[in-house]
Design a protein around this ligand. Structure first.
Ligand code: HEM
Length: 515
């Protein structure tokens, strides 16, 4: 049992070399630490801090995770008699009580037509796994820039998370999902939405992409358009996290304009192999991928080919503004060879392969984007409640509340639109989705990413200098603001998507409609 002190006893320890403080009913001896305190000694000697209950001052300047670090936990020497702590430390799986910090289907007393009991159980298990296994590694790797550990990849394999991230489908057949919690035939797009949104809560954008998002976008063309022989050869190893795959489309010359790509594939003289030449740029997971789903110019137009790393395939890291944990790369093909059997879809039919892939890819991005925005809303609601300015909490200022209102509305509308589209996906074939939902998903993605950028700007205003500081109170805001542009570019730039949505709508205009 912790040693008990009265506030009077603590008050006696209020000078250099003999300095105690109380934070949330816990007594800390800062005598030795005070000279090493990153915030300086002087603040600790202030008469309202030294020997006093400094809870409010502490939470105005530190994230609660500071006191969870072992080196600081050791400074606690006891508790205040008759008082108990009120600040709840994060426990794996916990649902936040902060308003709007969770999508409404997870909020007590709210209802949803979309989420079943099984989805709820799945969410609970997934959050516990992610909080305890993925979140801690995400924080470290985002900073040190190294790729996801094989140990974590293997833990995800044990629950078949890699397979579930590919969405519902035949590839799940016979697998035990989440320890048997959901049957493969029952796994639907709402399970996938939950999985993607729970991962997004880690708040580590580069690591998040490094967590095999290359596979999420690079494997579907193999699953949907590869031959049975090809699938049997490559898919199991990828879903078991033994081999890695990237989607390699964009180039220095062309991104959204896939027909402008310059990488070429020509057949060998015996007609058995493709010979590929060209360079791909900004390829997520490229530094460590074993396979590349490559968009190539061929005699008949545009063809997608699965190329294995080997002679003639080189990768080089690209330094971007997020963590190199993402493995973003140049991928160079210099007379690289792939069997003709590795062609995905028809020769010359690559655009159809890509277009049908884009819908799912963009929808996954919407899931992440909507959830990350919500995480920022939670940070801002907490900060504006605990931070004092002009003697009052920040949230007592009307201008701050106006920003919060805009942020909450964006997060809510993104999520609600997303849930509606997800419901349509659950009730349409893959082909119907391609036809009916391309415009909807394009609009949603551009809405999510543009509103995310507005939210990032609002959050920096709310956090002030801390919103541009990589450590401390505003660390998630700084990270979000620095990396948010990625979402607006990957999977189709915002402007291109908006235009796509409108063009789709115009195609569907009835010929006989008049005002
Ligand atoms: C209970 C023990 C305390 C520990 C373990 C501690 C630890 C830390 C750490 C690790 C930082 C760096 C912030 C970061 O980047 O995360 C920091 C900053 C700071 N601390 Fe403390 N601190 C303690 C108590 C206090 C108290 C009671 C005050 C009183 C006002 C205080 C005032 C500050 C200030 C002003 C900063 C600089 C914040 C900034 O630049 O944003 N600290 N402290």
């Amino acid at each position: 049992m912790s040693k008990q002190f009265t506030l009077e006893e603590v008050a006696k320890h209020n000078k250099p070399g003999d300095l105690w403080v109380v934070v949330d009913a816990k007594v800390y001896n800062l005598s030795k630490f005070s000279s090493m305190h990153p915030g300086g000694l002087a603040v600790l000697l202030d008469e309202e801090v030294a020997g006093q209950d400094a809870t409010e001052a502490f939470y105005g300047l530190h994230r609660s995770e500071v006191l969870e670090r072992p080196q600081y936990q050791r400074l606690q020497i006891g508790v205040i008699q008759g008082e108990s702590s009120v600040i709840i430390p994060p426990t794996p799986g916990r649902i936040s009580d902060v308003p709007y910090a969770e999508p409404s289907w997870l909020v007590k007393g709210f209802h949803s037509p979309y989420f079943s009991e099984n989805h709820r159980k799945f969410q609970t298990a997934m959050r516990i796994f992610i909080d305890s296994e993925i979140y801690p590694e995400a924080q470290i790797k985002e900073e040190d820039g190294t790729r996801v550990s094989q140990e974590l990849v293997d833990k995800m394999t044990a629950l078949n998370i890699h397979a579930m991230r590919m969405g519902p489908g035949k590839h799940l057949k016979g697998l035990t999902l989440m320890g048997g919690l959901v049957k493969p035939e029952e796994f639907d797009y709402f399970h996938e939405l939950i999985l993607t949104q729970e991962i997004a809560r880690c708040g580590a954008r580069g690591f998040g992409d490094g967590l095999l998002s290359g596979k999420v976008i690079g494997l579907p063309p193999v699953l949907n358009f590869g031959s049975e022989e090809l699938k049997a050869r490559v898919v199991p190893e990828i879903l078991q996290g033994k081999k890695f795959i990237s989607l390699a489309i964009s180039e220095a010359h062309a991104g959204s304009d896939v027909m402008g790509l310059q990488t070429t594939a020509v057949k060998s003289e015996d007609g058995k192999e493709w010979i590929i030449n060209g360079a791909k740029k900004w390829i997520t997971n490229g530094t460590f991928s074993d396979y590349f789903t490559v968009g190539c110019k061929t005699e008949d137009g545009f063809t997608v080919i699965l190329v294995e790393r080997g002679p003639g395939v080189e990768t080089k890291p690209i330094k971007t503004s997020y963590s190199s944990a993402a493995g973003t790369a140049y991928v160079m093909f210099d007379n690289a060879r792939a069997p003709v059997g590795n062609t995905l879809g028809e020769e010359g039919g690559g655009i159809f392969v890509m277009l049908s892939n884009f819908n799912h890819e963009r929808w996954v991005m919407c899931c992440s984007s909507a959830r990350s925005q919500r995480g920022i809303v939670e940070e801002c609601l907490k900060w504006t409640a605990q931070r004092k300015a002009f003697g009052k909490p920040l949230n007592s200022l009307a201008i701050i509340r106006a920003r919060l209102a805009a942020m909450i509305s964006r997060a809510e509308s993104s999520q609600n639109w997303l849930e509606n589209i997800t419901y349509q996906m659950c009730n349409m074939s893959y082909k119907q989705q391609a036809g009916k939902l391309a415009g909807q998903i394009a609009f949603l993605k551009s809405y999510c990413t543009s509103s995310a950028q507005e939210t990032a700007t609002d959050a920096v205003q709310i956090f002030g200098g801390r919103g541009i500081t990589r450590t401390g109170m505003g660390r998630f805001i700084e990270h979000y603001h620095r990396t948010i542009a990625f979402d607006a570019l990957l999977g189709g730039a915002e402007d291109v998507l908006r235009d796509l949505g409108v063009r789709q709508a115009l195609r569907g205009m009835p010929k006989d409609s008049r005002l």
